[in-house]
Design a protein around this ligand. Structure first.
Ligand SMILES: Cc1cc2nc3c(=O)[nH]c(=O)nc-3n(C[C@H](O)[C@H](O)[C@H](O)COP(=O)(O)OP(=O)(O)OC[C@H]3O[C@@H](n4cnc5c(N)ncnc54)[C@H](O)[C@@H]3O)c2cc1C
Length: 526
């Protein structure tokens, strides 16, 4: 089987359960017609792509197209339909600022609610006529002579002046090496490609991984399955989750009292920003949170052996801090075993660990996360010098300017590009900052009569030198192995400052950091 990051989720699904089902395969239209040419082409219809489309339309640009390989908007929230899927930042913060949702039913919204919200926003926005679903982006090449992107898709070619990649940092399932997979007789699927045809009740189930998805899945299924083995490589830090249903009166007040929801959102936002020093400046501040997390363990688990297995062995915050109040109680159940021996292989009906133990399994759920630092779309975008973004990043590390632009790739804007992830707050805030930046760029390019802009390599170098200098002081650099780090150990995923600072730095498109090409003039990067 292909190594981690090589096979896509689709290939994996085909390999392991014979369905070939991608996100909602079967609901996709047979043939999709695309225009030959658009001003802006957006790849991805999650928060990033939808937000870009709505903001472009609001700025007066109507000539855009958004393509997505899935069957509808939603991205993460369309694809992650596993039991227990929910967001782990408070609901009040997990929405677009221009479309607050007064109807969240609880303090941490569940996947179906978030997906409904995204559908509703998309329908209300009036941009859906420019979305094409079931269309895979398969490549793009910068045509320097004409200052356009020549784009290839599964539905044919499109030419665009601006290419916006909103393909998601966590949209490509990461697959572990599981020797013997082909011999396994049961069902195997990734958490982000949940196979809803599989009945779990009364069966023996194995969950591989103890990250953000696994800690939601395990409590949700532990009560139905006959037996559950959870395979852990590293014990995560898990803080209690203060989740509850909103009372009727609260929902009424949020709906009726003018400005109340904005105030609540502002308070939640400020509370989250106050956590930033703990991550980026003074990791020792994490010790209080650490005590809370350890109390979470003692409350739920009586068995000293299990307590020892779940005790984290790295600084709190170095890997993503998880939140759950039912993870430890689920592990303490009689029908659940936490296995810390590494998996050696699968046989026809069992998972075998390095110590030679075989644990029978009917279903294996792979909850091992996503290709966050090596995104497949980078291999599909070819810049001015004929090299792909993946080749450039393989040489220099995944990096960009303001997480949005890359030297050698004129008129390409990334949404959730390198170093834009957060460890403490909502990604929607970062996405909106990036969308505002690219829309401002396009608006100003048009009014200045520019055909292309390309970030100056010196500006990009200075930006990254500052990022990596700040990174040295952060908790993420205290020695743990996390998905934030690339193969060279550089943190290419996270933003090491407040999200407010990012908003300020991306508020306006800064022409001074760019080389520009006038319409009809010499070509950028050519
Ligand atoms: C399980 C899970 C829980 C999360 N919980 C939180 C949370 O609580 N708080 C938070 O802030 N963030 C959370 N995140 C991060 C979440 O991904 C972001 O908040 C946000 O949804 C990202 O939106 P996006 O548009 O950038 O990417 P996505 O939502 O991933 O959308 C990307 C889209 O691009 C499409 N695409 C990719 N490649 C191609 C291609 N080649 N051709 C065509 N289409 C393509 C995909 O089909 C997808 O629809 C979570 C992520 C996961 C996976």
């Amino acid at each position: 089987m292909a190594g981690p990051g090589r096979a896509t989720g689709y290939a994996y699904a085909r390999l392991v359960n014979g369905t070939g089902a991608g996100p909602q395969a079967g609901l996709l239209p047979d043939r999709v017609a695309l225009p030959d040419r658009v001003a802006v082409l957006i790849v991805g219809a999650g928060f990033g792509g939808l937000g870009s489309a709505i903001a472009l339309a609001a700025s007066g640009e109507q000539d855009f197209l958004c393509i997505d390989r899935g069957s509808e908007v939603g991205g993460t929230w369309r694809d992650n339909t596993y039991p227990g899927a929910a967001c782990d930042v408070p609901s009040q913060l997990y929405s677009f600022s221009f479309a607050l949702n007064p109807d969240w039913s609880r303090s941490f919204s569940t996947q179906p609610e978030i997906q409904d919200y995204l559908r509703a926003v998309a329908e209300r926005s009036g941009v859906l006529d420019r979305f094409r679903f079931g269309v895979e982006f398969t490549g793009a090449r910068w045509d320097a002579g004409n200052a356009v992107w020549r784009i290839e898709t599964s539905a044919g070619p499109v030419t665009a002046n601006l290419l916006v990649s909103a393909a998601g940092a966590l949209s490509e399932p990461k697959l572990p090496e599981l020797p013997g997979l082909a011999d396994f007789g049961g069902a195997v699927f990734h958490s982000a490609r949940w196979d809803h045809r599989q009945q779990l009740a009364g069966r023996r189930v194995a969950v591989v991984g103890t990250g953000a998805s696994a800690i939601q899945i395990v409590p949700a299924i532990a009560g139905q399955v006959a037996h559950l083995d959870v395979y852990q490589r590293t014990a995560p830090w898990v803080l209690p989750r203060r989740d509850r249903r909103y009372r009727r009166l609260e929902r009424l007040a949020i709906r009726r009292v003018p400005g109340l929801q904005r105030v609540l959102r502002g308070l939640v936002y400020a509370g989250r920003e106050a956590m930033v020093p703990m991550f980026v400046a003074a990791p020792r501040l994490g010790s209080l949170a650490g005590r809370l997390a350890l109390a979470n363990i003692s409350r739920a688990i009586a068995d000293p052996v299990l307590r020892e297995k779940v005790r984290p062995r790295f600084a709190l915050g170095c890997k993503r801090v998880l939140i759950s109040s039912d993870w430890y109680p689920a592990l303490a159940r009689d029908n659940v075993e936490l296995v810390t021996e590494p998996i050696s292989r699968l046989s026809a009906d069992a998972v075998l660990t390095a110590d030679g133990t075989a644990r029978p399994a009917d279903v294996v759920i792979v909850a091992t996360g996503f290709c966050a630092t090596e995104q497949p779309i980078a291999g599909l975008i070819t810049g001015a010098d004929g090299r792909t973004l993946a080749a450039v990043w393989a040489e220099r590390g995944s990096r960009g300017y303001k997480g949005a632009t890359v030297p050698g790739f004129p008129n390409l804007f990334l949404v959730v590009g390198p170093n834009t992830g957060l460890g403490h707050s909502s990604m929607i805030y970062m996405i909106e900052s990036q969308v505002a930046y690219l829309v401002d760029a396009w608006r100003r390019m048009r009014s200045a009569g520019l055909a292309a802009v390309e970030v100056d390599p010196a500006a990009e170098r200075a930006w990254n030198a500052d990022l990596q200098r700040r990174m040295r002081r952060t908790v993420w650099s205290t020695g743990c192995r996390s998905w934030y780090l690339d193969a060279a150990g550089r943190n290419v995923a996270l933003w090491p400052r407040t999200s407010y600072a990012f908003r300020r730095l991306t508020a306006r498109f800064d022409f001074s950091a760019y080389r520009s090409t006038p319409a009809g003039g010499a070509s950028a990067g050519g």
